[in-house]
Design a protein around this ligand. Structure first.
Ligand SMILES: Nc1nc2c(ncn2[C@@H]2O[C@H](COP(=O)(O)OP(=O)(O)O)[C@@H](O)[C@H]2O)c(=O)[nH]1
Ligand SMILES: [Mg+2]
Length: 227
């Protein structure tokens, strides 16, 4: 029998190694009682704007922090730090996604017991991040109205591996003739039953509903852990 091509074997091993680190992170997050949400989207969808809004609003009731991944620059960490929450930038160099080991080393000096929510903004990409577990409890995929309603159909894997979808930049919907129904139906076609929120990080429209969802998920998670 012919062996599998070597490239595939190497990739499988990298993924396997990532899964092991991700599982140990997940155990650590659960033991510390910190609910971890990762954010994935294409570049420019509005992850950082959305996360800054999230951190600023959640901070009044919860202890929140964020990690943010980009190939280069500390720009997003500086933007997120305006929320006054603890923030750390991870720069990946040439890599198109975050890996669990990067999250692990970024958290080395953090006391996770001091947190209720940890958000992880992944590198902007609708392909690579889907295969890399980061130990998160909830994966949130963001699309903006300006990207077109067909993206869930074109990039099904990232939607399939996510738990909740957010459609952002709602304030621009009319300018680009965005159809909520088409976008919603496309998301449901790929991932039936996935909760979907529409909002604008700029005007704040729709943000309360999504924050309510996060608060409910956190409470349910604590209840399940207590049983
Ligand atoms: N009009 C509008 N612009 C937004 C919104 N969210 C983000 N943006 C803009 O979209 C661009 C990309 O946002 P950014 O947060 O950097 O996206 P990221 O690359 O996914 O982190 C920036 O110019 C933001 O000001 C929104 O809800 N409405
Ligand atoms: Mg960003």
């Amino acid at each position: 029998m012919r062996p599998e091509p070597r490239l595939i074997e190497v990739r499988k091993n990298v993924l396997k190694q990532n899964d092991l680190v991700a599982q140990s992170l997940r155990d650590r997050f659960r033991a510390a009682g910190v609910f971890v949400v990762s954010l994935v989207s294409s570049p420019g969808s509005g992850k950082t704007a959305f996360l800054e809004k999230t951190l600023t609003l959640l901070r009044t009731n919860y202890r929140v922090a964020a990690l943010v991944g980009d190939l280069a620059t500390e720009n997003d960490a500086l933007r997120l730090a305006r929320s006054q929450a603890p923030v750390k930038q991870i720069t990946t160099g040439t890599l198109c996604h975050l890996e669990a080991a990067m999250v692990q080393s970024a958290l080395e000096e953090w006391d996770l017991n001091q947190l209720d929510f940890l958000f992880i903004e992944n590198v902007g990409n609708l392909v690579c991040p889907s295969s890399y577990d980061l130990g998160e409890e909830l994966r949130l995929v963001l699309i903006s109205v300006t990207e077109g309603e067909d993206k869930p159909l074109k990039y099904p894997t990232i939607f399939n591996s996510s738990d909740v979808a957010v459609v952002s930049k709602l304030d621009l919907a009319a300018a680009v003739e965005f159809s909520w129904k088409t976008a919603y139906d496309n998301i449901q076609a790929v991932r039936p039953g996935m909760p979907v929120f529409k909002l604008s990080a700029k005007t704040g429209e729709g943000v309360a509903e999504y924050l309510g969802f996060l608060a409910t998920r956190l409470a349910e998670w604590h209840q399940a852990a207590a049983v």
